[in-house]
Ligand binder design. Structure first.
Ligand code: CAA
Length: 258
């Protein structure tokens, strides 16, 4: 499938999706959100892909936010649709995927850009990453899940400070706050992201999907996460992955998961 705003390379069980609007610091217009949703939907169906890396084109920016020029004249109704559709089709969708998504953050991740990274399962920042939710400086608030996911990830205190002050923080501060899992040099960002992706790809895809769903259950008020974990743990026993994993252990070899 041909995309206009993103590029995809699939290799070695990994899909690298690059947001490709460098002239606009990879700002997320609605067309890009739709392309990302479509691409990730296809990844989730593709058994040959076990991990996704999302990054931005160029050295300066991962994503500098939702496209301000596009929404500057939106009505309340249009803004509601933008936020609702974006959340449902992309940001919530990423979080719920059984295929893990790593955001490799190169430079600015502001507003919708940080929200994209927060929706991902893992975040790796380059040394030049600069991130924040500056929406209140535009007369807005985050609209792609930022108020919820930053609070879940870092706690209410950090979320309130960052969102109310519209501050833009560097990679070291983001690490201290627990926003990023890892900081690497700018030039090694994709290499290091692929290294982690490879480690993930060696594990059981079924277990990885069940683990993501169980961890997400912790934040779903309609579910008892402990009960959910029991279900997902026991489901693993019906899987060929567990048969292979247990056999490999007994036979003192590395497992191969198909
Ligand atoms: N939307 C649209 N265009 C954007 C953009 C955005 N979020 N961010 C950058 N651009 C465009 C600029 O308009 C500029 O294009 P032109 O040359 O055609 O004017 C180009 O990208 C390069 O940007 P700058 O010249 O501004 O680059 P800079 O190095 O001087 O500054 C920056 C970089 C600090 C990131 C600055 O571009 C900036 O502040 N961007 C906006 C950041 C922001 O407020 N993001 C939140 C958006 S709102 C949101 O995301 C809502 C939500 O939660 C749903």
């Amino acid at each position: 499938m041909k995309y206009k705003n993103i590029e995809i390379t699939n290799d070695n069980y990994m899909s690298v999706i690059t947001i490709n609007r460098p002239k606009f610091l990879n700002a997320l217009n609605i067309a890009t959100i739709q392309e990302l949703s479509k691409a990730l939907f296809n990844v989730e169906k593709n058994k040959e892909i076990r991990c996704v890396i999302i990054t931005g084109e160029g050295n300066k920016s991962f994503v500098a936010g939702a496209d301000i020029k596009e929404f500057s004249n939106f009505t309340k109704k249009e803004a509601f649709e933008m936020s609702k559709n974006g959340q449902k089709n992309l940001f919530d969708y990423i979080e719920s995927m059984r295929t893990p998504v790593i955001s490799a953050v190169n430079g600015y991740a502001l507003g919708g850009g940080l929200e994209l990274a927060l929706a991902s399962h893992i975040r790796i920042f380059s040394e030049n990453a600069k991130v924040g939710l500056p929406e209140v400086s535009l007369g807005l608030i985050p609209g792609y899940g930022g108020t919820q996911r930053l609070s879940q990830l870092c706690g209410k205190g950090i979320a309130l400070k960052m969102i109310l002050s519209a501050e833009i923080i560097d990679a070291k501060t983001a690490f201290k706050y627990g926003i990023t899992n890892l900081i690497v040099s700018n030039k090694n960002l994709i290499l290091e992201s692929k290294k982690l992706a490879k480690q993930i790809c060696n594990n059981s895809p079924n277990s990885i999907g069940n683990a993501i769903e169980s961890i997400n259950a912790c934040f779903n008020f309609n579910l008892d996460g402990f009960e959910y974990e029991i279900e997902k743990f026991s489901d693993c026993f019906n899987s060929s992955d567990f048969k292979e994993g247990a056999s490999a252990f007994m036979e003192k070899r590395k497992p191969t998961f198909n």
